[in-house]
Design a binder for this molecule. Structure first.
Ligand SMILES: [Ca+2]
Length: 195
C-alpha cells in the first residue's frame, strides 16, 4: 500500500472507533427525534428553572449511564434497570448526597417497550421529601407515552396538558389506560400528588 492509502485507511478506522453512531446524529435532525433513549433532568419543586434540553443516545444503557453521571453501567443490550442497581454506589445513609439518579422512566409502548425517556433527579434522595416537575415534553415524546416505571420512592402523575393541567393518571404502570398516548406533563412526588 502506498503511504497515502495507508493514511486514509488509518483515518477511517480511527474515526469509526472514536465516533459511535449515537454521538453523531445527522446535523439537521433534532437528537430527540433521531435517537431512541433520552435523559431529561426534572426540575425540583421550589426551583423556577425551565425544563432543560434532553440528552439522547442509541442505547438504554447509555441513557442510564448519563442519568447517573456514569455511576450505573448496564450491559450494552439492557432494556430495563431495577432500584438495587440504581442504588449502586449510593451510601444508604447519605441523605444529603448530591449524586444524580433516576426517578422515573417513560416508555413508548405498553409494558415498557420502544423508546425511553429517562427522568433524572440531581440528588439521590428521590421523592423522599422532594418533588419534581417535568412541565413539558418534546415533540416525539408528547402524547406518546404508554407505560412508565418509577424509582426513588416516587409516584408519577401523568397529565394530558402541559404544566399539570387536564386529565391525570397515577403511574408506574404497564399501561396508562384512558391516558394512553396523551401525556404532556409529569409530576413526581412520594404520593403522586402536587405539594
Ligand atoms: Ca405510545
Amino acid at each position: 500500500m502506498r503511504r497515502a492509502q495507508v493514511i486514509v485507511a488509518v483515518l477511517v478506522i480511527g474515526f469509526g472507533a472514536a465516533s459511535p453512531a449515537w454521538a453523531v446524529p445527522p446535523a439537521d435532525l433534532d437528537p430527540v427525534e433521531a435517537l431512541p433513549h433520552c435523559v431529561v433532568t426534572a426540575v425540583e419543586v421550589g426551583d423556577d428553572a425551565a425544563i432543560p434540553a434532553p440528552r439522547c443516545f442509541e442505547t438504554f444503557a447509555e441513557a442510564i449511564a448519563e442519568a447517573t453521571d456514569g455511576r450505573v453501567l448496564l450491559p450494552k443490550d439492557a432494556q430495563n434497570v431495577d432500584q438495587d442497581t440504581l442504588d449502586d454506589g449510593i451510601d444508604p445513609d447519605g441523605l444529603e448526597s448530591s449524586l444524580a439518579t433516576v426517578i422515573g422512566i417513560e416508555y413508548e409502548h405498553k409494558s415498557f417497550g420502544g423508546w425511553s425517556y429517562v427522568i433524572q433527579s440531581t440528588n439521590s434522595r428521590g421523592c423522599v421529601g422532594y418533588s419534581y416537575r417535568v412541565s413539558t415534553l418534546p415533540g416525539s415524546r408528547n402524547n406518546a407515552i404508554s407505560s412508565a416505571r418509577t424509582y426513588g420512592g416516587c409516584r408519577s402523575a401523568h397529565y394530558s396538558g402541559t404544566y399539570f393541567t387536564g386529565s391525570r393518571y397515577l403511574c408506574g404502570c404497564a399501561q396508562l389506560g384512558t391516558m394512553n398516548d396523551q401525556t404532556s406533563s409529569i409530576f413526581f412526588s412520594a404520593t403522586g400528588y402536587q405539594n
